[in-house]
Write a protein that binds this ligand. Structure first.
Ligand code: JFQ
Length: 292
């Protein structure tokens, strides 16, 4: 039978599109915030799509979930209180649970349908919700951070979709200011930071805001994700004023964490060498993204 294909083009990456062969559409509904689609692809396993943008595939989700989690958590001694903004698929929670020093994992996801769909179709990711340290808050993270106690968290991970639609506010300065306030001195933030091939202006804007808002260090890292536009995704690592954080040399290496490598599922992408390599930047990025 004729294989259906889905094309992923978007104003966020004009002039190009990525397509995936579809075996079967498994779910498609509109939530209060966005269209939620799940389909079985021919070569990447199941795929989660929000408003026409690929969020994750079973085959390569490990890159993003492992890097966005361990880049910050392996950069500080025994993280205890962690906050996840977004991340409703549960993948980041699965990765945080490898760190036995963590005692509290707050997660604030705006769209309950993403959580329910992940539990139904992506148990390998939704397993993260089963960790007893997890406290789920369904709602707007802008509101949540406004009421968060000052200096509460050692680490905050902003696992957001693109800044079009629900995640728009998550790249604006007021939000970064609430993130900085909720972190302890020497606390760390890791943000999803788009593509060096497509979004150097957006990255520059985020870095400028973070340099003003976070008085510690601000570093850009990246990794290869085949099913994201241009095949890469970036991460912005920030630390607040206080004990200095050297993101490029993990002082809390995952290889030394008791049980972290086998916990529930072995790591498929992250390790301490990939951690260090992630901060090596191409010359054009060094030129185009000042203050790196
Ligand atoms: N929690 C799954 C990943 C969400 N972040 C992605 C970053 C890149 C975007 N183009 C799509 C969402």
């Amino acid at each position: 039978k004729a294989q259906k294909e889905l094309y992923f083009n978007n104003p966020m990456w004009p002039g190009e599109a990525h397509s995936l062969k579809v075996e079967k559409i498994l779910f498609k509904e509109k939530s209060e915030y966005q269209e939620v689609l799940v389909f079985e692809s021919s070569i990447y396993g199941k795929v989660l799509v929000l408003d026409g943008i690929v969020q994750l595939t079973e085959k390569d989700e490990c890159v993003y979930q492992e890097m966005i989690t361990h880049l910050p958590l392996c950069s500080i001694e025994s993280p205890k209180n962690v906050l996840v903004v977004g991340g409703g698929d549960g993948g980041v929670l699965r990765e945080i649970s490898r760190h036995s020093s963590v005692v509290l994992i707050d997660i604030c996801e705006i769209d309950k349908m993403v959580i329910d769909v992940s539990k139904k179709f992506f148990p390998e990711l939704a397993i993260g919700f089963e960790d007893p340290r997890v406290r789920l808050h369904v709602g707007d993270a802008v509101e949540f951070l406004r009421h968060a106690p000052e200096g509460k968290y050692d680490a905050i991970i902003v696992d957001s979709s693109d800044p079009v639609g629900p995640a728009q506010e998550l790249v604006e300065k007021p939000f970064f200011e609430t993130l900085a306030r909720a972190l302890r001195p020497g606390g760390v933030l890791c943000n999803m930071a788009e593509s060096m091939w497509l979004h150097t202006h957006l990255i520059q804007d985020m870095i400028s805001i973070c340099r003003e808002t976070f008085k510690g260090s601000v570093q850009y890292a990246w990794a290869s994700v085949p099913t994201y536009p241009s095949g890469v995704i970036g991460f912005l690592l920030c630390s607040t004023e206080g004990p200095p954080v050297d993101f490029m040399h993990p002082i809390n290496p995952i290889e030394k964490l008791e049980g972290a490598l086998q916990h529930r599922r072995e790591l498929r992408f992250y390790n301490s060498e990939m951690h260090k390599a992630a901060f090596c930047l191409p010359s054009f990025v060094k030129r185009e993204v000042k203050a790196l």
